[in-house]
Design a binder for this molecule. Structure first.
Ligand code: ADP
Ligand code: MG
Length: 231
């Protein structure tokens, strides 16, 4: 059995609908979607050790089946530059999360590579009862939240579908490069869309998938957060 089925079966066995970020990222990796390097720490000392291995700066994030939106819970701290900052952030995250939800089960803290800031894009998938898996693409932040500038296609996607989802966005000129914004690697984004399509077509028990955000670079793109919800 592949890694993806193992992770999904384990979650089902434990009665969890939401996969943990490291689980969702392992699934992404199996489908060729590049994610930030990560390692789960169970205490502050381990967090600092992982950070040394990964290389600074790092980001720390809560790993809890009860916390779906990690920043809402004070569960994400970015740009940590040395071991002292990492150990402090570890304590702070545990404290924040306990304050946010005293009953939340804490699995650990995810230490991960900090991806350089860039144009943020979003890839999503949602299973429609009638049409099956549908894939979504948009730019992050205000473009999604205020302008609703997103495109949907029913999976499986062809290369042309994926390309159109990108080029038909109102904000596409931004991805092509505009004033201070360098052009994004469109082929890398097309490949993420096609791999996501494959991922959800192979695993029909996935109800929702969210890669939000993905940093789009001039060369390549990196997923910094992944969420998967099962049926
Ligand atoms: P959530 O969506 O659950 O609140 P995220 O993992 O998306 O948590 O983190 C919140 C924000 O922190 C992201 O939108 C992104 O701007 C930033 N961030 C998170 N992880 C990284 C990372 N590895 N590198 C750079 N920025 C990150
Ligand atoms: Mg996110």
């Amino acid at each position: 059995m592949n890694q993806t089925s193992k992770i999904i079966n384990q979650a089902k066995k434990e009665g969890r609908k939401a996969l943990l970020e490291p689980e969702a990222k392992m699934i992404c990796m199996e489908y060729g979607i590049l994610v930030t390097k990560f390692k789960v720490a169970l205490n502050e000392k381990e967090a600092a050790k992982h950070a040394d291995e990964i290389g600074y700066p790092v980001v720390l994030k809560i790993v809890s089946p009860d916390i779906i939106h990690k920043s809402d819970a004070g569960g994400v701290i970015v740009n940590l530059k040395n071991p002292a900052e990492v150990t402090n952030a570890y304590k702070k995250i545990i404290e924040n999360v306990k304050k946010y939800n005293a009953k939340a089960k804490i699995v650990g803290v995810l230490v991960q590579e900090m991806a350089p800031q860039s144009t943020e894009v979003i890839v999503g998938a949602i299973k429609d009862p009638q049409f099956g898996q549908a894939i979504m693409f948009g730019l992050g932040g205000i473009f999604v939240e205020i302008f609703k500038d997103v495109n949907f296609r029913i999976a499986p996607l062809t290369l042309d579908d994926a390309k159109e989802m990108i080029t038909e966005l109102k904000a596409y000129p931004l991805l092509k490069g505009f004033r201070n914004t360098p052009p994004a690697d469109i082929d890398a984004l097309i490949s993420i869309l096609c791999n996501t399509s494959r991922l959800v077509m192979d695993n029909q028990e996935i109800k929702e998938l969210d890669l939000n955000p993905i940093m789009a670079y001039q060369k390549g793109a990196k997923t910094v957060d992944a969420r998967i919800i099962l049926e």
